[in-house]
Ligand binder design. Structure first.
Ligand SMILES: [Cu+2]
Length: 531
């Protein structure tokens, strides 16, 4: 299965070699930065979060009496307008900035969020762009955007969690300009504001060339975009009757372009390159040592929150990693059941919708009841810019996600992921178990198999079994196990019985082969004219 790695699409908008070069240039600016900072008595690059807090407060306090009430008022220092803007998850403070035209601005960009953020003033051409203090580290993504902004004479800064960057520039035109965070989804989630340039020649206001990088890929061009289907994940082997032990599990994050529908592709964010991610399986009282790897070729920070964990964020805080990093934590499996895991990096619903969910099965002591076959299915809802079915490589739609109006509600990530040559197969006389979870982020499922009744359901993954169930409700971020015997041959369709979603992808089939069972089901008279 060939999957196009993220690099190949991003090479259209940036050149990774130039990024590295830019990183080198940033290093060269350090001595100059030190000289400038010594005038202020604080080295921004070495500030603790407390110091950053104080620095921010003192600036705010020193400007509180300034006349522009709505805007962060400039603090003039020898003709330089000092501005500070703080990025949080997911907003800017303040969201209004102001500076005079044709005078230098020193912008301190502080990141108090948990992940990398950046800022670009869209459409404002600036002169004399310099980096006063670079951040301690800058991701390849941000380095590329910085490179591009510099080439286009646009003000851009970026910083990782707890870090900051100081830039200087001179706005060349008066007007009102939008500033945004360019991390995919962040602008739509609220990370935007207005940069007002006062004075100068008011007629020469905002240039229309605003470059918006907040969409991570080109929107659908209308041309079909051929993409491979991602593989379905395997069902992990049953635990059996063994004693508790330490289970080591490594999960690697892959950002890959894959098939959604005929001619429709999407840049999925995945655990191990499948949607859902790998099934993790252990028993109660096991210690699970989980290593999350975010390879350097990825563009986004990610992490993992497992609902089977007792501890902060389900592991999310311990595993928040940038591209090129890995992290390991250990937890004890205290509760038997079947649990969802997912990425919990802001904006969380976008990471989940993009494919970052899976199941962890914790078997009770002695193991689950043996069955002949087990299957692994997860439902998820996906939101894309443009009309449903529009061809092309499509971008994520924050607006549709907030409206809970998905283009696709899929079983295992794509239309037809569990039909045709990917159908599940079984035989008459066998018993099967389906591990069924809902990644969401938004849509609950009314899970049902057309033409069958579940003999046993573990509602919400609980240990108390319900019997003889037609349809079971599975919440977003929840999971269940259903068990049933197969008595009559035929093709059985698994659905979300909110049936409008079947045409959005919420369907998969089980083909059951074997002897007819006329005692249970027999056609007496096939369709014919009324006699
Ligand atoms: Cu993620």
């Amino acid at each position: 299965m060939k999957l196009e790695m993220l690099d190949q699409i991003d090479s259209t908008t940036m050149n990774r070699r130039s990024l590295l070069k830019r990183a080198g240039l940033l290093g060269l600016t350090l001595p100059a930065a030190g000289a400038l900072l010594s005038a202020c008595g604080v080295s921004g690059a070495d500030m603790t979060p407390d110091e950053m807090e104080k620095g921010n407060q003192s600036k705010t306090a020193s400007t509180s009496g300034a006349p522009l009430a709505a805007a962060a008022a400039p603090a003039a220092a020898g003709g330089v307008t000092e501005l500070t803007v703080t990025a949080m998850d997911l907003k800017f403070e303040p969201a209004q900035l102001s500076a005079p035209a044709n005078q230098p601005v020193r912008l301190t960009f502080i990141n108090k969020g948990a992940i990398e953020h950046d800022i670009e003033i869209l459409g404002l051409t600036v002169d004399g762009l310099t980096t006063v203090t670079p951040p301690k580290a800058m991701s390849d993504r941000a380095t590329g955007l910085h490179d591009e902004a510099t080439a286009n004479k646009q003000a851009y800064a970026a910083a990782g969690s707890g870090d900051q960057m100081v830039i200087e520039f001179t706005p060349t035109a008066a007007g009102s300009f939008e500033f945004v965070c360019l991390v995919p989804g962040h602008k739509e989630a609220g990370m935007k504001g207005t940069f007002t340039v006062t004075g100068g020649d008011a007629a020469a206001s905002a240039t229309p060339m605003a470059m918006d990088h907040s969409v991570p890929m080109p929107a659908g061009t209308g041309e079909p975009y051929p993409a491979d289907r991602m593989p379905n994940p395997e069902v992990a082997a049953p635990v059996g009757t063994r004693a508790p032990q330490t289970v080591k599990q490594t999960v690697e994050i892959h950002e890959v372009i894959g098939y959604v529908d005929e001619g429709v592709a999407y840049k999925f964010w995945t655990f191990n390159g499948t949607v859902p991610g790998p099934m993790i399986r252990a028993r109660v009282d096991d210690y699970i040592e989980l290593t999350l790897v975010n390879p350097a070729e990825n563009m986004m920070p990610h992490n993992i929150d497992l609902h089977a964990v007792t501890g902060p964020g389900g592991g999310a805080e311990a595993t928040l990693i940038q591209p090129g990093q890995q992290a390991t934590f250990r937890f004890k499996a205290r509760h038997p059941g079947v649990f969802v895991y997912h990425c919990a990096t802001p904006p969380v619903p976008q990471h989940i919708s993009s494919g970052m969910y899976g199941l962890i099965v914790i078997e009770p002591e002695g193991g689950l009841t043996p069955v002949d076959r087990e299957f692994y299915v997860m439902q998820g809802d996906l939101y894309l810019e443009g009309g449903r079915g529009d061809k092309g490589l499509r971008a994520f739609s924050i607006d549709k996600m907030l409206d809970e109006n998905p283009d696709y509600v899929t079983f295992n990530g794509a239309m037809g992921a569990l039909t045709g040559d990917r159908t599940f197969k079984a035989k008459v006389g066998e018993t099967i178990r389906i591990f069924f979870g809902v990644g969401g982020p938004n849509i609950t499922s009314s899970f049902h198999i057309i033409g069958e009744v579940f003999d046993r359901v573990y509602p919400e993954g609980a240990q108390e079994v319900h019997t003889h169930v037609q349809t079971t409700l599975v919440p977003a971020g929840g999971a269940t196990m259903v068990e049933l015997g197969l008595e009559v041959p035929g093709t059985y369709t698994m659905v979300d019985h909110s049936l409008g979603r079947v045409s959005k992808g919420a369907a998969g089939t089980i083909v059951v082969e074997g002897e007819e069972n006329p005692d249970l089901f027999e056609v007496i008279a096939p369709a014919a004219p009324i006699s």
